[in-house]
Design a protein around this ligand. Structure first.
Ligand code: FES
Length: 174
């Protein structure tokens, strides 16, 4: 985790204003549940990842121990603790997706993107490829996320189309 990352100027005000809007949605004893939407917004404000200063800010806002916020961040694959490439592609490899060919799709993505390890950054530095656990949309297996947007029932041809849209930079989530 980066210790000295400068937060964007509007970070504190934007996060506090979101928290004020979220507060009525949670019972007074469950305010800490706002940690997920706050972290999502914080990550967006920080350009796609969460520096330590941003997580600490969320912890202060919710009066939580910072370690509890770090635990949430490191548990969920949609949060990143280091700078990421512009795009993020996730292939769900849990059982229902695996039964519908997720491992073949993952291998296909690796080959197309030039990722040499299980997960990692593409040869052109533009995409981070990762495996994901069940995304709760097994009905559409096999599932791939691109910048957080779900794409289901994909075959290799459909994945190629998605990856091409990232290269041309016209993906719906970008
Ligand atoms: S197993 Fe892939 S979405 Fe559930």
């Amino acid at each position: 985790m980066s210790e000295n990352q400068q937060l964007p100027e509007s970070f504190a005000t934007e996060l506090e204003s979101l928290y004020r809007r979220l507060q009525p949605k949670y019972p007074s004893v469950g305010q800490n549940s706002a940690v997920l939407p706050l972290l999502h917004h914080a990550q967006q404000l920080c350009g796609g990842w969460l520096p330590k200063a941003a997580m600490d800010h969320v912890a202060r806002l919710l009066d939580m121990a910072p370690i509890r916020v770090y635990e949430v961040v490191t548990f969920h694959t949609m949060f990143h603790t280091k700078p990421m490439p512009k795009h993020c592609v996730g292939v769900c490899t849990s059982l229902p997706c695996w039964l519908r060919g997720a491992d073949k799709l993952m291998a296909h993505c690796r080959a197309r993107l030039g990722v040499r390890h299980e997960e990692g950054i593409s040869a052109d530095d533009n995409v981070y490829l990762m495996e994901q656990e069940c995304l709760g949309a097994c009905v559409d297996a096999p599932l791939v996320t691109v910048d957080g947007v779900y794409h289901g029932r994909l075959d290799e041809e459909a994945v190629d189309k998605l990856l091409r849209s990232l290269r041309e930079d016209n993906h719906v989530g970008s």
